[in-house]
Write a protein that binds this ligand. Structure first.
Ligand code: SF4
Length: 268
């Protein structure tokens, strides 16, 4: 079983310290930021990779700094086969362990029993519920094991990500530190790195995909189309986010989920 850092209560850096660190790391390349985080947090640092090109580049960078760096991913249970293949290829390529966090079986059973496997097609609310159960809650559980985590978020991926900070206290996850070393990279910067360093990447990119999530909720995009246009493409007006990196709604959403999953509770 993994080490557990959750008994170290409270923020590991306060707002002032985080602001100071952000200032020191301002304009520094992602590798330098990762080196700082690895030195500062050691085994308390986790690279969270969704196995997209950004996450693969980060694994490569971090591994070059410390081959023992901890890497984890969330497996929603609906990932494409190509993503599972990639997990195996990354393990083989770097000789690393990747911790895979799955949704709680009983919660998935409750949700699917009430709403069906493909509930995400029925409404935005049910789609968000599926993301909550299959992604957001496993992430919360995973992050209990870390004092700082690294994501592959970039500002130019979508309007919802335009204000991402490279380093911040993550209030949604117990005040641990959240880093986005690639925040100011472009898609081209990522692919230049991946090609230059022969980083393993998801085979779906070669089939026209630009952003890869769960199989039923991701499709290829046309040339010139927004990278995230292939995610939940049937929805109009909803943020193309699953809630892992931003609270989609307030606590009332969680209460509605709890009520819906409660066998004696309300329906949808
Ligand atoms: Fe469910 Fe689709 Fe969200 Fe995956 S992306 S968790 S299948 S709604």
């Amino acid at each position: 079983m993994e080490e557990h850092f959750s008994d170290q209560v409270g923020p590991i850096m306060d707002e002032r310290q985080a602001a100071q660190a952000a200032l020191e790391l301002e304009g520094k390349p992602p590798e330098q930021m990762l080196a700082w985080a690895i030195e500062r947090f050691g085994r308390g640092l986790g690279i969270c990779s969704s196995l997209q090109a950004e996450g693969c580049a980060l694994i490569d960078m971090a591994w070059r700094i410390d081959p023992a760096v901890r890497v984890f991913t969330i497996d929603s249970g609906r990932l494409p086969e190509e993503t599972h293949d990639l997990i195996g290829r990354i393990r083989d390529h770097y000789g690393i362990r990747i911790d895979v966090y799955l949704p709680e079986a009983s919660t998935v059973e409750g949700m699917v029993g009430r709403h069906g496997n493909n509930l995400f097609r029925q409404s935005v609310e049910l789609r968000l519920m599926c993301c909550q159960v299959r992604k957001v809650l496993p992430l919360k559980r995973a992050l209990l094991n870390y004092r700082a985590w690294v994501t592959g978020l970039r500002r130019d991926q979508s309007v919802t990500r335009a204000n991402i900070r490279r380093l911040e206290i993550d209030r949604d996850h117990g005040g641990i530190l959240k880093l986005a070393p690639l925040a100011d990279w472009t898609e081209r910067d990522v692919w230049d790195y991946v090609r230059r360093n022969e980083v393993p990447y998801n085979a779906l990119y070669d089939q026209g995909y630009k952003s890869i999530g769960c199989a039923p909720c991701t499709r290829p995009v046309a040339e010139g189309e927004d990278a995230r246009a292939g995610r939940w493409w049937w929805e109009t007006g909803a943020a193309k986010e699953c809630g892992m990196h931003c609270a989609i709604e307030s606590g009332s959403f969680q209460r509605r989920i709890d009520a819906t999953l409660d066998p004696d509770g309300g329906g949808r």
